[in-house]
Design a protein around this ligand. Sequence first.
Ligand code: ADP
Ligand code: MG
Length: 612
Amino acid sequence: MAQGTAPRIALLPEVVRNQIAAGEVIERPASVVKELVENALDAGAQHLRIDLEEGGAALVRVVDDGVGMGPEDLALAFDAHATSKLREPSDLEHIASLGFRGEALASMGSVARCSILSRPHGAEGAYRIREVGGRRDALCEAGGPVGTTVEVRDLFFNVPARRRFLKRPSTELARCLDVVQRIALAHEGVGFVVTHDGKRVLDVEPGMDLVARIRRIFGAELAGALEPVEARDGSTQLFGYVAPPRFSRRDTARQMWFLNGRPLRDKVLTRIVREAYRGFLEDARQPVVFLRLAVDPASVDVNVHPAKSEVRLREQRRLFGFLVSALREAVARTDMATPGERLLSIRERRHGREGGTPHLPDPGPLGGTRSPEPFQVREVPGRALESSGASGAVSDRDELRPMPPPHAEGERDSGWEAVDDLRGPFLQIARTYLVRALPDGFEVIDQHALHERTTFELLRREVREGEVEIQGLLVPEVVECSRAGVELVREHLDALRRVGIDLAPFGETALAVQGLPARLRHPDPEGLVRDVIEVLERSGKPPGAEEVIEEVLHRAACRSSFMAGDELSPSSIRDLLERARSVGETDQTCPHARPTRVRFTLADLEKAFHRR
Ligand code: ADP
Ligand code: MG
């Protein structure tokens, strides 16, 4: 611009306007797929074929059998803000269609080589219109089936900066598939076929229900392990499936929410899911769920973002409580046992990869940061041992030490047959793991993890029912701590007593422990006081807050549980198993979500020994 001249305002030419708008709606091939598939669904299509080339960057073609467009509509399709779905401002209040802005085709027309071929029901023939980088060709007659075919080739061919921004074809393809998978799960009654460079990569038939779709897309193992959820709160309805914690992943790619039929990703929904799995999942793992939520359309604002995967919900707070409790119930019903077969196959895979690629793309349902060989006789027992003060050395003789069955000699030589699952025989390995026979296999138990989980659940139950039994200490134990620690505890003495911890300030830098929950086996007053202070300091919340109670109870349970390295008698093993049984389903993981038991069925053994 020449110096001294004032800038002149001018309206941007339409092509430029559309290119700018395209920046919002069309980011990559997956956004093209999303827009075209939604258009086909809005047109009432029952069969969709989606052909992709080079991850969608070279071609996205969507063929549908929907209502089609006549020549007058076709002539307008590439115009900005041309839509058949919204006529009046008030229509925005109750949008039932997936699209409504009339931006998508205009955007694509400005940044790719596009064509639409369409023939409405009952029409003699089809028409075609093309638009290449914002330049429109005249409408022409053509041959074609009833329905619509939209082709988008060479996305961003005229916007090199954005074309360079695209990732490798495999990455773009994965994103396209993610879009179609989500949409396909949301739309029973509609069939989807996706091809990539001529190969079929997804195929869902119209008649398949949600589970059948999940099975086809994600496999039978996941589909077979899902637990259904169905709940209602006023006009809000929840329906779907949750997977057992062992299917969790590092990302939220398999968390699929559908709000009134529309797939959406939303931070609040992710938080709801995490909350529902709290205590069943290691931190940093994301559960797998497929959930449909139906709410009154008037209580959702879908107009928040052009990409429309975010919405705004009214009454979020009430919804949060309702969803978390409905989901948590279902999560507790899932089969939380860690199947031994899975561990074996993970081990095999890891061994197979040694020296190969160091990077595992998806560690599978169990993966993550935990010990890669959880089923190994550990020679150096873990952290728990240190605090128990037991000797670290485990001699050869100790490693395999079958325990005598509790029956009288000669009564019955049951060997490894399971007589009654709580009567043994049991085998303690490395003073850390318990093995017991089951009718159809055997089970390995981490004695510390199971004891900790059991104690925690029993304590929590007592706290909930308001009847924690406090065992008074004959001589209060005085624990030195910081001035700030004493002050913090002083504020919350009553709340702490409600969870069974009876403390009293003792001078300015010490606390006297007067009583502890009777449930704790070998309470460790000093450790407990330190835990309480640390948890209070860190959370900044009062001890009545549920997270704080849980954390304090976790730690108390941990400190008073059998440790790795403790030698257990058959009767204490039986006691432990009995108590574990009384807390029910939740005993499959410890409060920190490590597995407490790993189960091997006969089928697992047959696989491991290649009998099958
Ligand atoms: P929107 O979907 O927001 O209305 P689009 O730019 O995606 O805007 O589409 C513009 C219009 O073109 C739609 O409103 C619809 O009338 C028509 N259209 C697009 N795709 C199809 C299709 N596959 N079948 C029938 N009509 C279609
Ligand atoms: Mg649209």
